[in-house]
Design a protein around this ligand. Structure first.
Ligand code: DC
Length: 231
């Protein structure tokens, strides 16, 4: 069976990564969460003190961040106990750190920086070189792999996404409110679709899937059958 590249793009908290992971497991493909890579860079920036916030302003020391990034190693490692792939920054597993609200509040700003995007896009292309990958993000079908054999554009209503994310954060013990999560999602949607560099867009040939009222499993099965139809 010929391996292909499956690009899954869409708004935040649409269940992209859960679905992409399951599709990858079913097809025995590699799963790459590019959002986790932007989050890892944001974590690096916060850790090294390259982000400073005034009352009205946010400043990122881009030059220092790019240097630090080029000296860092971002990689995914499969955790066979949990059956998931986890992200490491310079040998440290940072899965938990990158999912908190602190990283979430700054990641859109970091993801706007053209030099950071160019560096991560090159890494992502390298990771997908051998095909047999499911990659999710915002610009996979438009920028990273415009030649991907299957492109999916995932959507779900704002309220459903906020509710799902709120429950997820609660389970992790984060202190937050539904309203705060909804606002974060609205802000990220706006920034993802309005930024100058690689804004979130549906690729022309992408298949749109709205999962507001479908189960994860239904969407997984739909994507797997689309892959099988390609044969
Ligand atoms: O998918 P996510 O919520 O983990 O993504 C985190 C942030 O990274 C989000 O604000 C958009 C950005 N991102 C991006 O600009 N391009 C990608 N390919 C993936 C994520």
């Amino acid at each position: 069976m010929k391996k292909i590249i499956i690009a899954i793009d869409g708004y935040s908290s649409t269940g992209k990564s859960t679905i992409a992971k399951r599709v990858a497991n079913t097809l025995q493909y590699v799963y790459i969460d590019t959002g986790a890579m932007y989050r890892a860079v944001t974590f690096l920036a916060l850790k090294r003190g390259f982000i400073s916030e005034g009352k009205q302003t946010l400043t990122i020391d881009k030059d220092s961040l790019l240097i630090a990034l080029k000296q860092s190693i971002i990689r995914f490692e499969h955790n066979s106990e949990l059956g998931v792939s986890e992200i490491y920054l310079n040998g440290q597993n940072i899965e938990k750190e990158i999912r908190g609200l602190s990283v979430a509040s700054y990641v859109s700003e970091v993801a706007k920086i053209p030099e950071i995007r160019a560096y991560l896009v090159a890494l992502q292309r390298e990771m997908g070189r051998e095909k047999g990958v499911v990659m999710d993000g915002r610009d996979i079908g438009t920028v990273v792999f415009p030649e991907a054999e299957l492109k999916i554009f995932m959507t779900a209503s704002e309220e459903i996404r906020a509710q799902r994310r709120f429950l997820e954060l609660q389970q992790k013990g984060e202190v937050t409110t539904y309203e705060e999560v909804l606002q974060n999602i609205q802000k990220r949607d706006y920034e993802d679709t309005h930024r100058k560099e690689s804004p979130l867009q549906k690729a022309l040939e992408a298949i749109e899937i709205d999962n507001s009222s479908t189960t994860i499993e239904e969407v997984v099965q739909k994507i797997v059958s689309l892959v099988r139809d390609k044969k």
